[in-house]
Write a protein that binds this ligand. Sequence first.
Ligand code: ATP
Ligand code: MG
Length: 554
Amino acid sequence: MENETVSKNFIEQIIDKDLAEGVYDTVHTRFPPEPNGYLHIGHAKSILLNYGLAQEYHGKFNMRFDDTNPTKEKIEFVESIKEDIKWLGADWEDRLYFASDYFDQMYENAVKLIKKGKAYVDDLNAEQIREYRGTLKEPGKESPYRDRSVEENLKLFQEMKDGKYADGEKVLRAKIDMASPNMNMRDPVIYRVAHMTHHNTGDKWCIYPMYDFAHPIEDAIEGITHSICTLEFEDHRPLYDWVVRELEYPHPPKQIEFAKLYLTNVVTGKRYIKKLVEEGIVDGWDDPRLVSIAALRRRGFTPESIKMFVELCGVSKANSSVDYAMLEYCIREDLKMKRPRMMAVLDPIKLVIDNYPKDQIEYLDVVNNLENEELGHRKVPFSRELYIEREDFMEVPPRKYFRLFPGNEVRLMHAYFVKCESFVKDENGKVIEVHCTYDPSTKGGNAPDGRKVKGTIHWVSAEEGRPVKVRLYENIIDESKGVYNEDGSLNLNPNSLQEVTAYVEPELMKAKAYDSFQFVRNGYFCADSKDSKEGEPVFNRIVSLKSSFKLPKA
Ligand code: ATP
Ligand code: MG
């Protein structure tokens, strides 16, 4: 029991305390994205954290679009965000909300503040407000309009709502403290005039609430208990508390901040991704080189792997950056036991078995995953002509090279021992064919006389195998030079996408979008959801098999 407490993160500790002290008798969290872009791996952390806490404490989790800013919101993003969250497995049940549905209540709340003498209409323009605000060292100055009467404020605010004023002509401000050491408390603007059409409320409103006023109200209306956000809002917490207190909500929510998740040398900024998409450098927001949730899904990551990753990252108050290799570790761990291990040759060279009967095809029985019997068996065609990886043959082998070279015997995985007899070069001196003989008594991969071979190589039948398009990826950023150039542009890696024609077992031609496999020695691959056609898959490499990543010691 004690260990359990120790291993809890700081948010769980706050919740435990709140429940023990009766501050709340339930846990209700939410995920509140602005529908102004696609979600990325950082958002996944927030989603899984909020949903995970609701589950852990048998509470509730709300999905809420924070669409108070009519300039940026787009319906397209609403749909993609919902899809991503569902895919991650976070279930909001019937609690899908839009902040814009609360505009009437927000307006009423603003009126309430005015009536309490806690808000006033200000005629200062944006620049003057900034000047009057003071600095971190100097207190601000009070606006000459600060002491307007409640009646005058009510009338002016009503007029703001009725469209009497142009954008920026008047604002509603909370009346707090112009001398507060916290700049956010120096009479923040809570409503502005903006003659803009909103995707949800149309032209009903020409005044819109500011985030710091709207967010606590949204949370309070929905009965959120723990409003979890990222560190940059820490200084806004006193204002959050002020809003829920002054509006006299009976069970005020509590804001808790945690550190954002950053990946080293990985771009997540909307502005940058948008540019990559617009310039056609990537194939949309879900290009498999990106780390939007849609891109990770297309690449072949699973919800389980992302969950594992987020859990390994932990929840903390200190900003830090995590290595992409850790994400790769998680997908390998997840797929290792779940996926069949197939044979695919990415850089093919022909191997001819001179003593194997022409026109004979054998269907070898192959186990799908040695570590997981449940995945069953399949048949793999074997023939006289095969493809093997170019790197699996060397004319002059270096030390410790145990694959094919003249005179050496190796095992063809799941098949026979073959011995290299000769090879053929083209006019440029490039090896184009390797010739071997096989030992029929070694079928299945073992010699009855007990002799051993040190190398095992994979292969695909040249007659029965099929060519497919395979995409190999590197980071879209040139890691050797960091993410940004001096002029602020992205430092792109010209080799981030490589397309090859590989030969694969015929079985792989049945792959459907999102099906993933291990290709022995080459990594994990996933059938692309955009470019695969029925019977004609295109494979994306999710991750290679090797890694220098070590799980940090607990
Ligand atoms: P914007 O700059 O447009 O505000 P944003 O990334 O903050 O972008 P939001 O839609 O406001 O996007 O974010 C929704 C939620 O996801 C917020 O609660 C935010 O704190 C959280 N979040 C955003 N980025 C990260 C991140 N890198 N790690 C963890 N949580 C994040
Ligand atoms: Mg935000």
